[in-house]
Ligand binder design. Structure first.
Ligand code: ADP
Ligand code: ASP
Ligand code: MG
Length: 473
């Protein structure tokens, strides 16, 4: 498609109620006047959490609790529909669609309650119902503005592996399916509104891409359809110098590189799903982060090279809910395969290792994982090292919850001396205790481990130290 194509993704708050959906529809319509436009939508805000709760209720045998959630979702979507859609025929068509999706949800909840068993596959089916309810609503709102539009389920477009709850796209197949389904719609000037967050295995089984995964859906489709750009519409003005909920003075960054944005996302900046930039790197497709509540603002442009700034540091981020696991003690000195065995064990349980630090005496390897991964990681390590533990070679597997990782990010930090010194100075001034430190060899970030309770002080101190409140907004 050469007439120019943009993929626009709207997050949960950007489709949170009827007013938000009307605003999103207007943005889509404007985009579609300028060039071809494919919209990708998340569930209305809070809906995915409620669906996950419903699935868990069903798992404990509380089927009626789960069905009550389905009914409350029906009321919420019906009320948005009533506010948005005037045409009675369109309402009836939409109601039928919503009914079908909710009936499917209820069936899955009843089955789960009966068996008291919740497979990752069923969890994916239930947790992705929100997107399947939202896309037809947004599509109808676009039609209300006089355009042609069709809701499309991403099971028809995005082909993934079978890893439920965090599936990976298979790009070649995704490209084929997406182009075959979407391009004919665009040629007929029909605006596709696609469900974010989900995909399907080659055999058609529904999968999800992980929490916050609609950003990833947008770039997967952007790459698959050779889009000119991807725009992620959210509830803040772009990528900011820090999480605005923690640092009030945080400023919008006008341009940032793929690498910097990926580091920020990886280290917890919720504005982007960590894998968002992967699909677009090869083609160099720019990704914009913009505010659907202030569409007049230009937002942040994420580009292959970014923009160099004085001082090097672009932004700060933090991941909370980290558990630090240490494998060590004097007994491991000279045990050559401890590092290998440790990390093949974390890989086996698919734990996401966020940071690694090893003391030079080789007495201690410590690494941070999301607390959600901690228990299964520790259990697997205890099993792996059971014999060594018995022989006191690996003397400790220590577990430290309530930890956070803070990252200082900027590609131009490389070659700017003194950044580490300034960072640790600021921590000293704030009285923040550093538990472990790591610097990637790319020198795009310095990350360190602190107690969770010190995160806000650490971020505010660093924001001041690096003068980030002075960035251009
Ligand atoms: P959406 O529902 O649109 O996907 P999210 O809630 O997932 O939105 O992400 C947007 C939120 O990310 C913002 O409201 C903001 O609180 C948070 N956030 C955290 N770090 C940053 C950052 N560095 N820049 C911008 N927003 C950030
Ligand atoms: N609705 C999904 C979630 O809440 C995906 C997304 O919002 O990106 O995780
Ligand atoms: Mg998000």
């Amino acid at each position: 498609m050469s007439a120019g194509l943009q993929v626009m993704k709207f997050g949960g708050t950007s489709v949170g109620d009827a007013d938000c959906i009307a605003r999103a529809a207007k943005i889509i319509a404007q985009g579609a006047h300028e060039r071809h436009c494919v919209a990708v939508v998340s569930a209305m805000s809070g809906v995915t959490n409620r669906l996950i709760e419903a699935a868990k209720m069903a798992q404990t045998g509380n089927g009626s609790g789960a069905i009550a959630v389905m009914e409350s979702l029906r009321a919420q979507h019906e009320s948005a529909m009533t506010a948005l859609i005037k045409n009675e025929e369109e309402r009836a068509r939409l109601r039928k669609k919503l009914d079908a999706v909710l009936a499917e949800g209820s069936r899955f909840c009843e089955g789960t309650a009966l068996l008291r068993e919740l497979s990752p596959r069923t969890m994916d089916t239930i947790s992705s119902l929100g997107e399947r309810l939202c896309a037809p609503l947004v599509s109808a709102a676009v039609k209300e503005l006089g355009l042609q539009s069709e809701a499309v389920e991403a099971t028809e477009l995005i082909v993934t592996d079978e890893f439920h709850g965090g599936a990976e796209p298979q790009m070649e197949q995704t490209r084929g399916k997406s182009q075959a389904r979407i391009l004919p719609l665009l040629e007929r000037r029909i605006v596709p509104v696609v469900t974010g967050f989900l995909g399907a295995t080659p055999s058609g089984e529904l999968t999800t891409l992980g929490r916050g995964g609609s950003d990833y859906s947008a770039t997967i489709l952007g790459a698959a359809l050779d889009a000119d750009e991807v725009i992620i519409w959210t509830d803040v003005n772009g990528v900011l110098t820090a999480d605005p909920r923690l640092v009030a003075e945080a400023q919008t960054i006008p341009e940032i590189s793929y690498r910097e944005a990926a580091e920020l996302a990886y280290f917890g900046a919720k504005v982007l799903h960590p894998k968002t930039l992967r699909p677009v790197v090869q083609a160099g497709i720019p990704v914009w982060i913009r505010n659907s509540f202030s569409p007049e603002k230009s937002g942040t442009k994420i580009t292959p090279q970014g923009q160099n700034i004085r001082g090097g540091v672009k932004a700060l981020t933090a991941i909370r809910d980290v558990t630090l696991i240490s494998v060590g003690g004097p007994g491991i000195v000279g045990l050559p395969d401890v590092v290998g065995r440790t990390f093949s064990t974390t890989a086996e349980v698919r734990a996401n290792v966020l940071l690694i630090s090893q003391s030079s005496s080789q007495n201690d390897i410590c690494f941070g994982v999301s607390s959600a991964d901690a228990q299964r990681t520790v259990e697997a390590l205890r099993k792996e090292f059971a014999q060594d533990l018995d022989h006191h070679k690996v003397e400790h597997i220590r577990v430290d919850p309530h930890i956070a990782i803070v990252a200082v990010v900027g590609q131009n930090m490389c070659g700017t001396p003194g950044i580490a010194g300034k960072t640790f100075n600021a921590m000293g001034k704030e009285g923040v205790n550093l538990i472990a430190i790591a610097q990637g060899s790319s020198e795009t970030n310095i990350s360190f481990v602190i107690e969770e309770q010190s995160v806000v002080a650490a971020l505010r101190g660093l924001h001041r130290e690096f003068g980030l409140h002075k960035s251009a907004d």
